[in-house]
Design a protein around this ligand. Structure first.
Ligand code: ACO
Length: 320
């Protein structure tokens, strides 16, 4: 049987930093409100780059770190809810830009769970023996989907990309997995609606922006996602570190209490990036490898947990 392992990590964010004070100049908000409710202090906002541009930067870094040619890749998966276009996919643009001639490429949309869902999918391509290696990238330019006059959402999100090189391994690194969806609650957080058929009798108003019932999502996370984390820890043991989707620092505080795990084990960086949806977990992973907290030498066990639109939520416990 084949196994998969994360062998490299990388991230890239646009250079433009927008602080809470900057936002307070253009909408009725304050650094005090944003940081006390969410922990977020600033975020990176893309001015000239689209989602595929961020993802290409990550892909190039991953290849450089691994000293690989792009032609050695078998697949490229990009998790995003803010693609450049519905067609071609962001992943296809990355594949073309880096010249990964042998790789198949596609986007996967599971909102803020996207990276976990994509990594779980990619692992199966390697475990089945059909692929040797590929890239899994979470990339978002959410700023283009925000209503900048809606303070309840505009202050929460940021742009960025992160990803991993996944390769065939001799031992088991992916220890446990749980992926979940509850489409009946999809209305709690929604994004852009795509165009409707002009022949439809029922024309719903088109929504160009991200809208969220923040309190309901907060409760869902604490009630439902916490149970799924407890269940996966029963299966694969308590991890050394927990890398949850970076939506709100208070979620990490409450989650630590609810599941009975030391708060210090929860890594966090939403202070500097805001909520970057599918990119938040790989950016956090990459930063913590760069700062030495995570080693990539097979000695640590981590939990990756994404949750959000769909509703979707997914957990992986992996050795890195
Ligand atoms: N500045 C100042 N005041 C604000 C702002 C703002 N930016 N935004 C809202 N307010 C006001 C509201 O108008 C409201 O005022 P009112 O009481 O006079 O009506 C008050 O602040 C409280 O608003 P709430 O929405 O109830 O604030 P809450 O404490 O719930 O915090 C937040 C909102 C931060 C969104 C929180 O609910 C949250 O983080 N939820 C979870 C979001 C999440 O996990 N998302 C991840 C998954 S989905 C995804 O990522 C796409």
């Amino acid at each position: 049987m084949a196994f998969a392992k994360i062998s490299q990590v990388a991230h890239y964010v646009p250079t433009q930093v927008v602080t809470n004070d900057d936002l307070a100049k253009i909408m009725d908000t304050s650094d005090e409100w944003i940081s006390s409710r969410t922990g977020i202090r600033e975020r990176h906002i893309s001015v000239h780059e689209n989602t595929s541009d961020l993802a290409v930067q990550v892909a190039r870094q991953l290849l450089d770190k691994a000293k690989l040619s792009s032609e050695e890749l078998d697949f490229i998966l990009v998790a995003t809810m803010s693609p450049d276009s519905t067609m071609p996919s962001t992943a296809a643009k990355v594949q073309g830009a880096i010249g990964a001639k042998k790789a198949f490429a596609f986007d996967l949309t599971a909102a803020c769970s996207g990276f976990v869902f994509a990594l779980a999918t990619a692992e199966k391509f390697i475990r089945s023996g059909t692929c040797q290696r590929g890239l899994v990238i979470g990339a978002e330019v959410l700023s283009k989907q925000l209503d900048w006059s809606d303070r309840s959402t505009a202050v929460l999100f940021g742009d960025g990309a992160g990803g991993v090189l996944l390769e065939k391994a001799d031992a088991q690194y992916f220890l446990a997995e749980s992926l979940n969806t509850d489409g009946s609650k999809g209305g709690l957080v929604s994004g852009q609606t795509v165009l409707q058929s002009p022949f439809s009798e029922h024309q719903e108003p088109l929504n160009p922006y991200i809208q969220m019932d923040g309190r309901a999502i907060f409760d869902f996370t604490i009630r439902t996602v916490s149970k799924s984390i407890v269940a996966i820890m029963e299966e694969a043991g308590e991890p050394d570190y927990l890398l949850l989707h970076q939506a709100n620092e208070r979620i990490l505080d409450k989650m630590a209490q609810k599941i009975g795990v030391d708060r210090d084990k929860f890594l966090a960086n939403m202070q500097r990036y805001g909520n970057t949806s599918a990119a938040s977990i790989p950016i956090l992973l990459s930063e913590n490898v760069a700062n030495g907290t995570l080693k990539l030498d097979g000695s640590q066990k981590i939990l990756l947990s994404g949750f959000g639109g769909g509703l979707t939520w997914g957990n992986l416990i992996v050795k890195i």
